[in-house]
Design a protein around this ligand. Structure first.
Ligand SMILES: [Zn+2]
Ligand SMILES: [Zn+2]
Length: 330
């Protein structure tokens, strides 16, 4: 009898929390949407260009190289002329030292000293180096000491370097900004996500001379439709490449608890029963097709194999796999 009573209380508590989260979601979504539509974005007067660009995934979900580690997180080494930018620092789900990121860097002959700039797309655990980092608003390349040079770190939210890689001062950037000749932060596009809450995510846009804009995206919570809209508001140049996470864990996901697809539920601004769906993937594909990019490369860390197949079928030769250790040359 007591056990039944405890069970009923527990069910009632869970139901209450759930209802509260749904109410917060509704209000949060309205607020975030209103913020987005109230933003005034001006064309960049002189973004500059880079001559050469390549993106080397250091962390993502797939690789062809058995010497490299994979996980459902993101870290890409971007080489734009002679500047090397580390976009995000992976997940390090098992809290290892060396982390999968450090392991892969070493295997690929990359040292911390090679990095000129760190760009954190958004402060989620799979991009800042773990759950603790997300909670404590820090970022870590590993769970042991890492000596980072005194380099600029850009983040859309107030996070700081963790005790494992102290030193660099993080600069918060929310408005569009030219970070260096040809390297542009497109500025945050807020979104309110179920359970994850208010999320500010930023993406990089690199203006490649004679080609156009290469977009490099972390999780893509902003939605690709809004990222494209923002890019077109900032640049006259065409969108040449779309590379990174777009968050479509549809018909499968990378973080499952039993039958529950966690990424699908937490990455949506709709309630769980109408969360991210096949129709969202179709809309994304249609929006990307409209701008006719020459390269489309979808990160498998937050999109399902089903979704990747849809992209492959839709984009044919334009589609490029995102795999750890496989450099994408623009
Ligand atoms: Zn992610
Ligand atoms: Zn995320």
């Amino acid at each position: 009898m007591i056990a039944l009573y405890i069970l009923l209380v527990l069910i009632a508590l869970i139901a209450l929390i759930f209802i509260k989260k749904i109410l917060q979601l509704k209000k949060g979504k309205q607020l975030a949407d209103a913020q987005v539509s109230g933003m005034k974005i001006n064309k960049l007067s002189s973004p500059g260009t880079v001559k050469a660009l390549s993106i080397l995934p250091l962390i993502d979900y797939y690789t062809d190289n058995s010497n490299l580690k994979t996980e459902p997180g993101v870290s890409y080494l971007i080489s734009a002329d002679d500047t090397k930018i580390l976009l995000d620092v992976g997940f390090n789900k098992k809290k290892e030292h060396p982390s999968p990121l450090l392991h892969n860097m070493k295997a690929l002959g990359i040292s911390e000293a090679d990095i000129d700039m760190i760009f954190i797309s958004h402060p989620h655990l799979d991009h800042v180096g773990g759950m603790t980092e997300q909670k404590e608003k820090t970022f870590s390349l590993s769970q042991g000491p890492v000596s980072l040079p005194n380099l600029p770190v850009y983040s859309p939210a107030g996070i700081s370097a963790s005790r494992w890689n102290p030193g660099p001062e993080t600069q918060v950037i929310t408005d569009p900004a030219v970070l260096k000749e040809g390297l542009v932060s497109i500025g945050v596009i807020p979104r309110y996500l179920f359970l994850m809450g208010y999320t500010l995510e930023n993406s990089l846009a690199i203006n490649v001379a004679g080609k156009g804009i290469a977009l490099i995206i972390g999780c893509g919570h902003q939605t690709i439709e809004r990222i494209i809209e923002r890019t077109q508001a900032l640049f006259d140049e065409p969108i040449y490449a779309i590379i990174g996470g777009l968050h479509y864990p549809v018909n499968g996901g990378r973080i499952m608890i039993g039958p529950i697809n966690i990424q699908r539920i937490v990455g949506s601004d709709r309630p769980p029963w109408i969360s991210i769906r096949e129709s969202d993937v179709k809309s994304a594909i249609a929006a990307i097709k409209k701008v006719s990019p020459k390269i489309v490369a979808l990160s498998p860390h937050d999109s399902s194999d089903w979704c990747i197949d849809q992209f492959k079928q839709s984009f044919g030769d334009t589609y490029v796999d995102v795999k750890v250790g496989k450099k994408i040359v623009i």
